[in-house]
Structure formats: C-alpha cells, structure tokens
Design a protein around this ligand. Structure first.
Ligand code: A2P
Length: 284
C-alpha cells in the first residue's frame, strides 16, 4: 500500500503527511534549536500551541531557517481559558506575533471542555468557532479544526457551525487507538492528526512493534508512524535528536501487511496519557 507525502483537507489545502510536534519542548531556547533542527531534517508541518509556552522560540527558529514561510505549514491551538469570540481572536493575534507570522495554516480548539471552566462547553466552543470562522473567511487562517474532540463533541459543534472542522487532532498510537473517533472523522471528511504517535516513547519497547520492525529492517518508531499513515492519519512525532527526527520521516519505503496492522490494532493499552476530554481538569 502506497501512502502519499501529503494529505488534502476538505477545503483543498495540502498538508504534509508527517509533522513535527512541539509539546513539552521547553524552554523557548531549546524549542528554537529543536525546530531549527526539524526544519533542517525536512519537516515542513510544525505543530504548535499557545499553552506549550514556546511559540516565541519557535518564531525565532522560523526566522533563522532558510525556508520561505509559504513552504511551511504552521498549526497552533487556542487554549481552554482563551476560548470565546473575542478572546479567541486576541489569542490568535498573540500566537501570530510570537511565531512571527501574519497567518496560520491551521488553527485548532485545543480541548472541547474543561470541568474547571464555568461556561457551558458547547456554548463556548460555538463562540470560539465563530471567531475562527471569521478569521478563516478573512484569510488569516487557511484551515480550521479541533483537537481532542470525541464524536459527541463534534456533533454539538456541527449544530453551531457554518464551516465544518477540517481536522481533529487526537491522541493516537499503537496501544491507544480511538477507533470510533477516527471512523466518525473519516466518514465526515475530517483529517485525523495523531499527537504522541509514539505513545510519548513508551510504546517503543513493545515486542509486537519490535518484531514487526525487525521484519522490515525498520525501528519501532517508524512502524508507529507508518501504522498511522496506512490508516489515513497524520502523525506528529516529536524528537529532540536529529537522527531520530530524520528516521521518523523515513517511512515511505515499506508497507505493513494487513496482519501486522491488525496485530498493532490489537495491542493492549500502552503509553496512554489518561487525558480524557470528558473528564480532564486543567488548573490553568
Ligand atoms: P527524544 O527527544 O530523546 O528523541 P511522541 O512523539 O509520541 O510524543 O514521543 C516523543 C518521545 O519519543 C520523546 O521522548 C522522544 O525522545 C522519543 N522518540 C522520538 N523518536 C524516537 C525514535 N525514533 N526512537 C526512540 N525514541 C524516540
């Protein structure tokens, strides 16, 4: 089975099929070095978020690399406490300023709800979305989406939106495959992005993955990424090491068999963050 180097979103925007994650890449100076390294290794999709507190460092990196802005695909996310029509627009401007850009390729609602937040999550997501739709129509964002939404949370948003989300970014890796959400998104033309596609590194010692990797002359990380791609999912692996970042992109010269895909699907829960969007509490 061949997989393409890009995906095309519902609105026709093209997005690289493997991206670079920046969660927990702190402080700013370290994020700067990591993102410079990632772009040098060939990454063009950089997945950011205001709450990662490293967008200024990433902005500096992007100014220093020798790649024009239009060849990069920059994603960011509006944090829970910044949701709402006006606050979302302000958060978007701050992210653009920090990243040193006047537009984003993709902007996401970071989490659908937060039990600490005193507004009704459906209402606050609807007003956030209205702000994002306006920015999209004004040409400031090339595509809009959500993150960590389950089907019921997407259904609620559908009732309040004019433009449907083009992306849903969720935790997804061998050892944590949210099949129902993936199926719902794919049936609705929403690209699924996988955060922590390596299970934050915790799945890489799995015997299942190691034996499949050995059969293909690859490593367990490459098997995780290839498994995502063969499911039509857009993985966003992180590595602070140049050699690993490069090897995580070297996933286009082998194919997992149906049996291998099924064996990975059947793995026991492993590396799960336990961040459930129905129950998670953030204290900031
Ligand atoms: P490091 O930065 O030292 O490479 P995820 O993308 O699922 O969040 O996983 C990120 C974690 O996996 C990081 O701790 C990273 O460590 C590690 N990692 C990333 N790529 C590889 C790889 N190819 N082999 C082993 N560990 C990796």
């Amino acid at each position: 089975m061949s997989v393409a180097k890009d995906y095309t979103l519902a609105n026709g925007v093209v997005i690289p099929s493997v991206g670079y994650g920046t969660w927990r890449t702190k402080p700013e100076d370290f994020a700067k070095e990591c993102v410079k390294m990632a772009v040098e290794q060939g990454y063009r999709l950089i997945d950011c978020a205001a709450v990662y507190k490293n967008e200024k460092g990433i902005g500096e990196a992007l100014r220093q690399v020798d790649v024009p802005r239009e060849e990069l695909f920059l994603t960011s996310k509006v944090w829970c406490m910044d949701r709402g029509y006006e606050k979302t627009k302000a958060a978007f401007e701050k992210t653009c300023k920090d990243l040193g850009t006047d537009y984003l390729d993709l902007y996401l609602i970071h989490w659908p709800s937060n039990k600490n937040y005193d507004e009704d999550p459906v209402a606050v997501n609807a007003s956030t979305w209205r702000g994002m739709e306006e920015l999209y129509k004004a040409g400031r964002i090339r595509s809009i989406g959500v993150s960590n939404f389950k089907p019921h949370q997407l259904q609620s948003l559908f009732e309040h939106c004019e433009i449907r989300p083009m992306v849903n970014q969720i935790e997804c890796h061998p050892g944590w495959y949210p099949e129902e959400t993936v199926k719902f998104c794919q049936e609705n033309g929403i690209l699924v992005q996988a955060w922590s596609p390596l299970g934050s590194g915790a799945v890489l010692g799995s015997e299942t993955l190691l034996s499949i990797a050995k059969a293909h002359g690859k490593d367990a990380g490459q098997v995780c990424i290839r498994w995502c791609l063969q499911k039509g999912i857009n993985p966003l692996p992180k590595s602070t090491k140049a050699q690993r970042a490069l090897s995580n992109l070297d996933v286009f010269d082998f194919t997992l068999t149906e049996e291998e895909m099924a064996a990975i699907d059947a793995m026991e829960t492993l590396g799960y963050s336990e961040l459930d969007s129905d129950t998670v509490l953030f204290d900031h």
